[in-house]
Design a protein around this ligand. Structure first.
Ligand code: 4NP
Length: 154
């Protein structure tokens, strides 16, 4: 099972989702059984570490994002991953455009899939500190729900 998280820049929301899910998989002893990645629809931050505000907020909750580097999502990802989860509707739209017609990969809006109180993870990039905490709150809840699904699918 291979899961890819996608946002716009791959320096705030999707790396956070990757770090949170990796942490939960490790805690459950499932790290070797499920592959996790993240990518952005844009190319501005390719090769860059996650945003410092994202890394610091994550570190305070015990998630180490220091090894992650930005990359841009590509059509081949639809063959390399089984489940692609978008952070907002704009990401989902861009992914639908990129999706090869012969790809059977499941593509979904992450929060909507688990019927959380919001459908989208708000982009924290141009906002204040509270936005980064909200990203973590939403992604921790969504990753708990995803863990239940993944355990059921193994
Ligand atoms: P992300 O946040 O999509 O959660 O990584 C953003 C990061 C950078 C930009 C936009 C959103 N940007 O415009 O550079």
């Amino acid at each position: 099972m291979r899961v890819l998280f996608v946002c716009l820049g791959n320096i705030c929301r999707s790396p956070t989702a990757e770090g949170v899910l990796r942490h939960k998989l490790r805690a459950a002893g499932l790290e070797g059984r499920i592959e996790v990645g993240s990518a952005g629809t844009g190319d501005w931050h390719v090769g860059k570490a996650a945003d410092i505000r994202t890394r610091q907020a994550a570190q305070q909750r015990g998630y180490d994002l220091s090894a992650l580097r930005g990359r841009q999502v590509k059509a081949a990802d639809f063959h390399a991953f089984d489940l692609i989860l978008a952070m907002d509707n704009s990401n989902l739209h861009d992914l639908q455009q990129l999706r090869p017609s012969n790809a059977s990969t499941e593509l979904d809006l992450f929060l909507r899939r688990y019927q959380l109180e919001l459908d989208e993870v708000p982009d924290p990039y141009y906002g204040g500190e509270a936005g980064f905490e909200q990203v973590l709150d939403l992604l921790e809840q969504a990753c708990d729900a995803l863990m239940i699904e993944l355990k059921g699918r193994l």
